[in-house]
Design a protein around this ligand. Sequence first.
Ligand code: PEP
Ligand code: MN
Length: 337
Amino acid sequence: MIIVLKPGITKKDEAAVIQEIKHLGYKPHIMRGIARTVIGAIGDEQTHQTLEVLTGWPQVESVMPVQKRYKLVSREAHPADSTIEVNGVIIGGPKFQVMAGPCSVESEEQVMETAIAVKEAGATILRGGAFKPRTSPYEFQGLGKKGLQLLAKARKETGLPVITELLSEDHAELVAEYADILQIGARNSQNFQLLIAAAKTGKPVLLKRGLAMRIEEWLLAGEYVLSNENPNLLFCERGIRTFETYTRNTLDLSAIPIIKRESHCPIVIDPSQGAGRADLVHSLCKGAVAMGADALLIEVHPNPSGARSDAAQQLTLHDFSRLMKELQPLIQAAGRE
Ligand code: PEP
Ligand code: MN
């Protein structure tokens, strides 16, 4: 920790701070500048009591941590990129992966038609919501277990592994029985009990960024998965809420190089929730590939205008196939397969 003292304080006030630093188990290292004094408190912040209490002292200007609060997700802990394998599909390796499918599973025909078409276009993982977190309780909440069964049927038919959202701790075992990757939604990214329940199933966990979540908070939420003996974590940027109204959310592509620098876990981009508009999905995907994302999560529907959720942002099967072709040269230029 670095403690910056206010200018012009008395020797007695300075000594009191030094005394407290020692009392809390740190070794003070005093640096006197012309205008003010800075104290480096040497000691492991993870095993010592916090010095943040000094923030409230009148002679203290600021207290800054030097150590990161997350450990297992950090690059420091694991310098090489982590890869996650689901039924032979490796995420985070040389091959760029695309997860695609409807926002919600609505019927057998809808999920089968989509699964076959996205596979044909080159997607390697099938997405689809069976339990849907809707803003209004009066909107379609998903088909639940029936939806999971339809996803499993589509996997059997196409061989594509399945990703679906886990909405409640109570459903952890049920969803893990059918899904290959558990998605933790933006509205639940700091629901730590849910993260623990997801981690404990042993299935890979894709952690969406919360609507108002700082990257540090997101990394710390990911830490819950790894610290519960599940090394298979994927971060997924899906847009954060800002003052902008042209898009549903503001897709923060700067999260890609930041997560890459800070963490060894793969980063996935969801341009569908990110923009809320099908017409922006192509551009955002291209940006994500160019900026080093490991995978995309894209909403695709055979008839978007008739979709029971997120109608405005789902691509048609034809548009998805066109997008996959357009992405090819970018994937290669980014050094991926
Ligand atoms: C979704 O993927 O359909 C979804 C609801 O995502 P998010 O949690 O990012 O809103
Ligand atoms: Mn959706």
